[in-house]
Design a binder for this molecule. Structure first.
Ligand SMILES: Cc1cc2nc3c(=O)[nH]c(=O)nc-3n(C[C@H](O)[C@H](O)[C@H](O)COP(=O)(O)OP(=O)(O)OC[C@H]3O[C@@H](n4cnc5c(N)ncnc54)[C@H](O)[C@@H]3O)c2cc1C
Length: 327
């Protein structure tokens, strides 16, 4: 029951101020967020890489309100790619981006600077769609130059038609560009079939947002069943499946489905979040699996952090305890 309450709080400015200012917050945040600036994450990427793990890097900060912030987000990724290039880490590290941070969710009237309006996903999107596309394109191009790629994260359901359209557009020049699908949405099996047929890189996750019953399965065991059906579609398809989960049952089912589909160990990968089930990450890598760690960093960590609390009530308990101790 706590999960939806925490997810609702993740949209509240008042809660953002309270949580950010609470004593002890920093210590708990550090479990999930690798640092504030590029220089904080470089040693972490090197360490994970030395342990046989790959990474996908996320610069947090989805809640932007101005066009200038969307440019700053683009530039933060370009800076990151520059550092990875210097260090020769391009092939070990890909990027994950939230298009909202690139301007997708901004309501921009008229043609400037976003351009077109598009309908979709239950929400009318003004020029933000075009703005996000124009911001993400140079990032995807720069990533390709250093031998890596970008995956478009899945946010709430109203953003997905725009995300898939941007994914399709980017794939014309950069076919390795990935995207994320969420098992809890009713639409996802159809999306999975389309993406599996066109050979896309696809990360499948359970889904981390608060979604209404009209669009999403609410029952956890039913979400797991949908996850298995979707994995089967992806494993049997033409694309590259990325299994984003810490759930031991789903991980062993993924291994079995990959074996039945005749996939070699390098024809799919597992992905987990930084700070969660690290031993399992090491174990899968030691078994010869491709194991990628989603590593988030940046100063605007609130939304990302609250989703991690919502996923596991014990995290909230730990958080509250650390506030009380410090307070
Ligand atoms: C690489 C990656 C990328 C993701 N990208 C997206 C995305 O683009 N869009 C989106 O909506 N969601 C994304 N998610 C989040 C995802 O939707 C789930 O909310 C999250 O992965 C928890 O689901 P689970 O599959 O791990 O299973 P669960 O049943 O939630 O967890 C299984 C077990 O994993 C451990 N665990 C899971 N979460 C936590 C946690 N926060 N803290 C401590 N232990 C935990 C616990 O031991 C738990 O029992 C991503 C997840 C991963 C791993």
């Amino acid at each position: 029951m706590l999960g939806p309450v925490i997810l609702a709080a993740s949209r509240s400015d008042k809660m953002r101020r309270l949580v950010s200012a609470a004593p002890g917050t920093k210590q708990v945040v550090a479990r999930f967020i690798a640092g504030e600036i590029v220089d904080d994450v470089v040693p972490i990427v090197q360490d994970l890489s030395n342990r046989g793990l790959e990474v996908t890097l996320d610069v947090v900060g989805e809640d932007i309100t101005t066009v200038e912030q969307s440019y700053a987000a683009r530039d933060a990724y370009l800076e990151l790619i520059g550092r990875l290039k210097e260090l020769g880490l391009g092939e070990r590290a890909e990027m994950s981006v939230k298009l909202s941070m690139f301007g997708q969710s901004l309501k921009i009237e008229g043609g400037e600077p976003g351009g077109l309006s598009v309908e979709g996903g239950g929400g009318r999107r003004e020029g933000g769609h075009e703005l996000a596309l124009s911001n993400v394109r140079p990032v995807v191009a720069a990533a390709a130059e250093i031998g890596t790629t970008v995956t478009l994260d899945a946010e709430d359901h109203t953003t997905l038609d725009s995300m898939f359209a941007i994914h399709e557009e980017l794939r014309k020049d950069f076919p390795q560009t990935g995207c994320v699908i969420q098992a809890y949405l009713f639409r996802t099996e159809d999306d999975a079939r389309r993406l599996a047929a066109n050979g896309s890189r696809v990360r499948i996750v359970k889904g981390a947002y608060k979604e209404p019953a009209e669009v999403a399965i609410q029952d956890k065991p039913e979400i797991d069943k949908a996850y298995v059906r979707i994995m089967k579609i992806l494993m049997e398809g033409e694309g590259y499946p990325m299994i984003g989960s810490h759930d031991p049952r789903l991980i062993s089912i993924a291994q079995e489905l990959a074996r039945r589909a005749g996939r070699k160990l390098d024809a799919y990968e597992f992905q987990m979040l930084y700070g969660i089930r690290s031993e399992e990450q090491n174990r899968l890598a030691a078994e010869g699996h491709r194991m990628r760690v989603y590593t988030a960093y940046g100063t605007d960590w609130y939304g990302y952090f609250m989703r991690r609390l919502a996923e596991k009530p014990a995290n909230l308990l730990f958080f509250v305890r650390s506030i009380l101790t410090k307070g």
